[in-house]
Write a protein that binds this ligand. Structure first.
Ligand SMILES: [Zn+2]
Length: 206
C-alpha cells in the first residue's frame, strides 16, 4: 500500500512544481478504521490506512493527496500551528485537544516535530475550498481523472461523523462543494489532456 501512495504522491507533487521547494514526505499509519489524512507545513503528509481503503482507486487517492498538497502549497498550515500553540496555553484546552485528536501521538511519533497534539485541527472553510481547487488541478495535471473527486467527497459526506474528523469539520456544504468542483472541472480536465499547461494564475507558485 505504501507503493501506491508513493506513486500517486510523487506524481501529484511533481505536477505542482513544488517538488524542490519542500521536502515532501509521507507516512502511512496503520489504522484501518480511521479515514483521515493531514499534512504539515513543508509537505509532510500523514495518511491513515482507513483513508487508503476508502479512496479505492488511484484517481480518488489523487484527489485526497492533491487536496492535502494544496493545503501545504497554499501555506494553510501556519495558522493551524498557531492554533495548536494557543491550545497549549491552558490545561482545559489541552484536555479538549487530546480528546479530539486520538491520532496525534502517532503523528507526533511519525515526524518528531515536537508538536504535542492537535495536528488535525480543522482548517477554515475558505482553506478547504482552496485545497479542493488546487487538489483538483494537481490531480489532473498528474495524470489522474479529476472527476473522481466529486464521487470521493460525496461518499465522504455520507460517511460523515466521528470516523472522518478532519475532512468533514469545516468543509463546504455538500451541495456547494459539488457545485464548485463541477464549475472547476472543465479547467481541471484541460490539465489532464495537457499536463504541460502552466498552472492557473493565482495558484501559489504559478
Ligand atoms: Zn482539508
Amino acid at each position: 500500500m505504501h507503493e501506491r501512495v508513493s506513486e500517486v504522491f510523487s506524481r501529484v507533487v511533481k505536477a505542482s512544481g513544488w517538488d524542490r521547494r519542500y521536502q515532501w514526505e509521507h507516512t502511512i499509519i496503520d489504522e484501518p478504521k480511521t479515514i483521515n489524512a493531514g499534512i504539515y507545513p513543508g509537505g509532510k503528509m500523514v495518511m491513515f490506512s482507513g483513508m487508503l481503503n476508502f479512496a479505492e482507486s488511484d484517481d480518488k487517492l489523487a484527489a485526497v493527496i492533491g487536496h492535502e498538497a494544496g493545503h501545504a502549497i497554499a501555506r494553510h498550515g501556519g495558522e493551524r500551528f498557531s492554533q495548536v500553540m494557543a491550545a497549549q496555553l491552558t490545561e482545559t484546552s489541552l484536555g479538549l485537544a487530546l480528546a479530539s485528536s486520538r491520532s496525534a501521538p502517532y503523528v507526533h511519533a511519525a515526524f518528531g516535530l515536537g508538536v504535542t497534539f492537535g495536528v488535525l485541527l480543522p482548517y477554515s472553510r475558505l482553506h478547504e475550498t482552496e485545497a479542493d481547487y488546487i487538489g483538483l488541478i494537481l490531480a489532473a495535471k498528474g495524470g489522474y481523472d479529476p472527476r473522481a473527486a466529486v464521487e470521493l467527497w460525496e461518499r465522504m459526506e455520507r460517511e460523515k461523523g466521528s470516523r472522518i474528523p478532519e475532512f468533514m469539520s469545516t468543509h463546504p456544504a455538500p451541495g456547494t462543494r459539488a457545485r464548485q468542483l463541477t464549475k472547476w472541472m472543465p479547467e481541471a480536465l484541460q490539465y489532464r489532456h495537457d499536463p504541460y499547461r502552466p498552472l492557473p494564475l493565482g495558484l501559489p507558485g504559478s
